[in-house]
Design a protein around this ligand. Sequence first.
Ligand code: HEC
Ligand code: HEC
Length: 353
Amino acid sequence: MYQKPSTKFPFINRQILRRLYLVALVILATLVAIWWEQVQTPKSMTVTSLTQPEEVLVGEPIQPIPVKIALNQSKVALGEKLFHEPRLSADNRVSCLSCHNLSKGGADEQAFSIGVNGAVGDINTPTVYNAGFNSRLNWNGKFETLEAFTEAVIQNPTVMGIHWQVLIPKLQQAPEYMQAFTQNYADGVTTANVKDAIATYLRSLYTPNSRFDQYLRRNKKAMTDAEKQGYRLFKAYGCVSCHQGMNLGGNLYQKVGLMGDYFRDRGNVTNADLGRYNVTQDEADKFVFRVPSLRNVALTSPYFHDGSVKTLEEAIKVMTKYQLGRSLSQKDTQLIAQFLGTLTGEHPALNQK
Ligand code: HEC
Ligand code: HEC
């Protein structure tokens, strides 16, 4: 095992060398044990924010959602009250919650939702969870901030359909809102403050700790082998070139039907199908959409802007055919679907039964 003592160190005899070897061996074994412990321990319970990048697997195209985001909780509470408030609509019947059911993945399980005065929407309701991480909002990416979005949705004639001149006095006449607004804002109930409270609440609707995020935080046991295989396929087939970043989407535009005419095959092209063209009037933007986030996607059927697909496996088949120009085996489709199932995160409202 050991070498002859070097003649350079005549004072070190074999006995001492043997002890030194033993000590070195013990130190090495301890270091290996500590490293192994690090690899095996779930990190998600201790990590509090993304400011600790060393805790996360390096080189992955997707980042975990921060475990904790600092927000003014009093404004969050006011925003939550407004989110649930039917008086925010012209007919006092529709609240944000009507379409964005928080215990149903933040959407409503319908292809098209019903808004104020029974108006039927022309595009599928996306989830509100994690919308704060999308750099573009809506299927056509028309809005860049939650505040600008809220400004529009309140007045949208097929959603809430109310004018600020009507809504502000309505809230001012409600003592509970007068109190809550003056508590949070020096100037009480104003348009800007309604938008700020709702936007703050929307920012609180993030869903950390999905099993996939735990895996990214180096908890290898958080995902099954099949799910990990699904993740590898998700990257290998190129899904991740569009669905990337913290939200697996929400930050790019892409044409729907890059590799095949999705709309001709589906039929009945509507105005909403024109996508980003409706914002820019640029021919090149026809049928271009914001790539949606895949966070919590297992909970948000039906899929696509037209709500045309009910199951994840079917959605994956449509994607591989029209976005990648390939066809997938049933097995690979299932594996990717299993991976997508690990993207369901945690939020008290999401997990309530
Ligand atoms: C009638 C159903 C309905 C109601 C009510 C409704 N929404 Fe929506 N919401 C939608 C639809 C449909 C979209 C997508 C619109 C589009 O892409 O053109 C959407 C999009 C959103 C988005 C953007 C999500 C993203 O990632 O792009 C947010 C945020 C949102 N709604 C919040 C709200 C808030 C806040 C309220 C209440 C003030 C509200 N919604 C009321 C149907 C509704
Ligand atoms: C070229 C970009 C691109 C690629 C590649 C791509 N997607 Fe998509 N994905 C999109 C766009 C754009 C949409 C929105 C389509 C629509 O609504 O009509 C979408 C929608 C989806 C949806 C539905 C989400 C929802 O909430 O409705 C799923 C699921 C999905 N993609 C999974 C995948 C998978 C799995 C792959 C790889 C096999 C993949 N995508 C490859 C761009 C892409």
